[in-house]
Write a protein of this length. Structure first.
Length: 230
């Protein structure tokens, strides 16, 4: 059974999430402070953490850093902080996803299901990345660095387009922050050039998505980053 640690200082949210998650078959631990969360994670390691940033004792970003010191457990941030800087700080500290309060329980549960599907399909440090994932009607071979449409027609990508696409495809379903993409593709001196991301993502969508205006696979999370949805 998948164990989820829910960390929030609002009793009604803890109660609602505990009830909804347990009703769907998850083993749920709860904590209302950052200190309690770190202790709970150390004594009974969870498979997933749902974490509020506004805790009474330790800032949630510091809790993320504390967890990342010894575990790669997925972390979904659940926070009332809607500013882009707060989101970037959480994602750069090691969070995997970010949901803003007030939130719909269905949206959060969908994010939890997405993470737990990846957990079920992955063993610790083991499962290899699919070397030829599909993006709509296109097969992207990460080894040969080729893109082939279902009718056999090849699609050419520039080196920068390749670097951006490969980063997303090697992390299926995971939110990759704007800062991380800029750092990994262009370099640390370009971490504020978010217009680069918009331009190159638009180019990739025109080449790979069936409907670039309504992408199904190369997804933008406004103010946060991008993800590849298989």
């Amino acid at each position: 059974m998948i164990r989820i640690l829910v960390v929030d200082d609002e009793p009604q949210i803890l109660r609602a999430l505990r009830i909804n998650l347990r009703a769907r078959g998850y083993d749920v631990q709860v904590a209302d402070t950052g200190t309690a969360a770190l202790k709970a994670a150390a004594s009974h390691p969870p498979d997933l953490v749902v974490l509020d940033l506004g805790l009474p004792d330790i800032d949630g970003v510091d809790v993320i850093r504390g967890l990342r010191g010894w575990t790669t457990v997925p972390i979904i941030v659940l926070s009332g902080r809607a500013g882009s800087q707060d989101k970037v700080a959480a994602l750069d500290a090691g969070a995997d996803d970010y949901v803003t309060k007030p939130f719909g329980i269905d949206e959060l549960l969908a994010r939890v299901r997405a993470v737990t599907r990846r957990l079920a399909a992955t063993t610790a440090d083991a499962a290899p990345v699919v070397v030829a994932p599909k993006v709509g009607r296109h097969t992207v071979n990460l080894v040969d660095r080729t893109v082939t449409r279902d009718d056999g027609v090849g699609v050419k990508l520039t080196p920068t387009q390749w670097a951006m696409l490969e980063k997303l495809l090697r992390n299926p379903g995971k939110l990759i922050s704007q800062r991380q993409l800029l750092h990994d593709v262009w370099g640390p001196e370009y971490q504020n050039e978010t217009n680069y991301l918009r331009q190159y993502m638009a180019q990739l969508r025109r080449k790979l998505e069936d409907d670039p205006a309504r992408p199904r696979h190369l997804i933008t999370e406004p103010g946060m980053g991008y993800r590849f949805q298989p």
